[in-house]
Design a protein around this ligand. Structure first.
Ligand code: NAP
Length: 349
């Protein structure tokens, strides 16, 4: 048996940080040995610095770790980043410069031209940006990012359909409250209500989707030449972002071929049997009222995308819904899968 690879989490005391701590428990390749946060927490034991908000106990192997400053030095080579966006740019760059592999969940570097914005099932080849990033910036380390939690659901739903030539997409989100972090949206605002605005989310979904579905063009990503229009809403659901998608293709497939594309879809993470990869990344649910966040988001360890209600669209070609677990596949699980892919690419050597 190979020894496990030591990893750290920047911003480990926060909501997404806690999801990293939980997701990494018992990981077959990675062992969490280092946690970092702000100077409010550094020097304290993780158990004392962290208000544990997730189901189950705080893992005992992490509870006794001392929280460190988010400064490179004694951190392991690989660090997952869940630091506050106001400080993530500087912190992540300082780690990359010092030779660390930063696998980030923050939005700060996602749209930089030399930074991969990865969904391993959809654009594993975008990792070819890493050597260019290192040359351009003179870094020994690197930064690789995962997308926004609703973009990941949309791009996993569209990934299997790329060969039909995606031309235009209209997407409407019904986003869970856990996506707003802790304490998140006030209960008086969200109970029995819908909030039809999430700051910056629509713009992120549009440009991130075009980048993820774009092509590696030697020294940059050529974004997908498709119109993407997003409407983003917060709904009173705890976990699981549901998105409704209308899509127009250059070559409209028969509906049977569309369904077949979802069901047959497999990619690099499945071929390489990465530990966090769902065996079937996109699962079609034939029932008229599925998928649903409460009944389906947790299935497949929270790592698959569920699609359903596939039907003709009178305006575009087809419409369907897609569901994904926003804090697992949309945050910690996404970054861990990215790191697993990077291990198999030799990028962590
Ligand atoms: P959060 O709960 O507020 O946690 C923020 C973390 O950053 C804490 O560990 C905090 O440490 C640390 N931090 C704050 N200021 C710092 C500083 N000056 N130096 C070092 N560390 C500092 O936020 P979150 O909801 O987990 O989100 C974390 C990141 O993930 C953000 O960039 C967010 O945009 C992104 N994200 C969030 C979600 C989500 O579902 N919430 C989904 C996708 C992406 P202390 O505890 O010591 O203050």
């Amino acid at each position: 048996m190979q020894p496990k690879i030591e990893v750290g989490v920047l911003g480990a005391t926060g909501m997404v940080g806690q999801h990293f701590v939980k997701f990494l428990q018992g990981h077959p390749w990675f062992k969490l040995t280092w946690v970092g946060a702000s100077d409010r927490s550094s020097g304290k034991k993780y158990r004392d610095a962290t208000g544990w908000r997730l189901g189950g106990e705080m893992p005992s192997s992490v509870a006794d770790l001392t929280v460190e400053d988010c400064k490179p030095g004694n951190a392991p080579k690989i660090v997952f980043s869940a630091t506050d966006a106001s400080v993530a740019t500087e912190i992540e760059q300082s780690f990359a410069k010092a030779g660390h592999v930063v696998v980030s969940n923050s939005r700060n570097h996602r749209m930089e031209t030399d930074v991969p914005l990865l969904v391993p099932e959809v654009n594993a080849d975008h990792l070819q940006l890493v050597p260019l990033q290192q040359r351009k910036r003179g870094w020994k380390g690197q930064i690789v990012t995962n997308p926004n939690c609703s973009t990941i659901v949309l791009t996993m739903g569209l990934g299997p359909l790329k060969s039909f030539g995606i031309r235009r997409v209209v997407v409407t989100t019904l986003q869970a409250i856990s996506g707003a972090g802790y304490p998140g949206v006030p209960s008086m605002d969200i109970n029995a209500n819908v909030i039809p605005f999430i700051g910056g989310e629509e713009e992120k979904m549009q440009v991130e989707t075009q980048k993820i579905l774009g092509e590696f063009a030697g020294d940059h990503i050529q974004p997908l030449d498709a119109g993407v229009s997003a409407h983003c809403n917060r709904v009173p659901v705890v976990d699981g972002h549901l998105v409704t998608i209308s899509v127009e293709f250059a070559n409209k497939p028969a509906i049977a071929d569309l369904l077949d594309a979802f069901t047959r879809f497999r990619a690099v993470p499945q071929e390489r049997k990465l530990p966090s990869a769902p065996p079937q990344p996109v699962i079609h649910m034939p029932g008229n009222d599925r998928p649903q966040p409460r009944r389906d988001a947790e299935r497949e360890n929270g790592m698959a995308c569920f699609v359903g209600r596939v039907r003709e669209c009178p305006v575009f070609d087809y419409k369907f819904i897609a569901l994904g677990h926003n804090t697992v596949r949309g945050a910690a699980g996404a970054a861990v899968l990215n790191a697993e892919l990077m291990v198999t690419e030799g990028l962590l050597d």
